[in-house]
Design a binder for this molecule. Structure first.
Ligand code: NAD
Length: 256
């Protein structure tokens, strides 16, 4: 797999799945535009250790103007975005009647609308250069529902829908658009849910086991590296005619 000369923009890539995907892309030779908050220096150092060039852009992807500045920075630094991975995401757990309206708005903006904005800005350059890959990190919650996750489930189903539309609009070109639908991956986002469960009796191990046992038949977490390998496949020649698909990598969750 040789992605030398290609530039990848991965939103929310300072930790978790986004960082795992960025590392795989950097190992394959791509230039990286990282985005997200937290330990930016550690993320940049990990990418540069793979030998790749990387910059970080601090755009808050809930703001279309900041997204436009990030895409412009990618064009200025590396000449454009060839691989766009829409990965940034947050969530909130509450029954629909008590779901805070501002959390609904933030989740829809970060998990769904951001992908619309990045895509419409990155696509013209991909069309001009005649090649592109758009990969949307949805979730198994983009395929099935889950109580208490109204905004997250709605945003992820929306992202799978947006994926199909973009795939159809680029179907006769060498640009593809696909979604990835992971089950549980042990990242800060999921650790937060384990910690909330463990607050009752302090038993983190049991909270972890229960979380998996309820939904994920493999009883094991998916890893960011496995998701990164799937992204590399979608970027490869073998992935050329994979269009508008929603790939679950979920330890069997959606098969139930
Ligand atoms: P994470 O919390 O580890 O990472 C989220 C990243 O998004 C971080 O880099 C964070 O800084 C960034 N981010 C958050 N808000 C942002 C904003 N407004 N602007 C820019 N960046 C922002 O989460 P994760 O578990 O790695 O999740 C990554 C994606 O995968 C999300 O879209 C999530 O919904 C999806 N996903 C995760 C799991 C899982 O089990 N962890 C399962 C299915 C889908």
């Amino acid at each position: 797999m040789n992605l030398q000369g290609k530039t990848a923009l991965v939103t929310g890539s300072t930790s978790g799945i986004g960082l795992g995907i960025a590392l795989k892309l950097a190992e394959a030779g791509a230039n990286l535009v990282l985005n997200g908050f937290g330990d930016v220096d550690a993320a940049l150092a990990a990418i540069r250790a793979c030998g790749g060039q990387a910059i970080h852009h601090p755009a808050d992807v809930s703001d279309p103007e900041q997204i436009a500045a990030m895409v412009a920075a990618a064009e200025q630094q590396f000449g454009g975005v060839d691989i766009l991975v829409n990965n940034a995401g947050i969530q909130h757990v509450a029954p629909v009647e008590q779901f805070p309206v501002e959390r609904w708005d933030a989740i829809i903006a970060i998990n769904l609308s951001s992908a619309f904005h990045t895509t419409r800005l990155a696509l013209p350059g991909m069309r001009q250069r005649g090649w592109g890959r758009i990969i949307n990190l949805a979730s198994v919650h983009g395929l099935v529902g889950s109580a208490q996750k109204a905004a997250y489930v709605a945003a992820k189903h929306g992202l799978v829908g947006l994926t199909k539309v973009v795939a159809l609009e680029t179907a006769t070109t060498a640009i593809t658009c696909n979604a990835i639908c992971p089950g549980w991956v042990l990242t800060p986002l999921v650790q937060q849910q384990i910690d909330e469960r463990a607050r009752v009796d302090g038993d983190t191990q049991r909270a972890r086991h229960d979380l998996l046992a309820e939904k994920q038949p493999s009883l094991d977490f998916v890893t960011p590296a496995q998701l990164g390998a799937l992204v590399l496949f979608l970027c490869s020649e073998a992935g050329e005619q994979v269009r508008g698909a929603a790939w679950n990598m979920d330890g069997g969750w959606a098969a139930q």
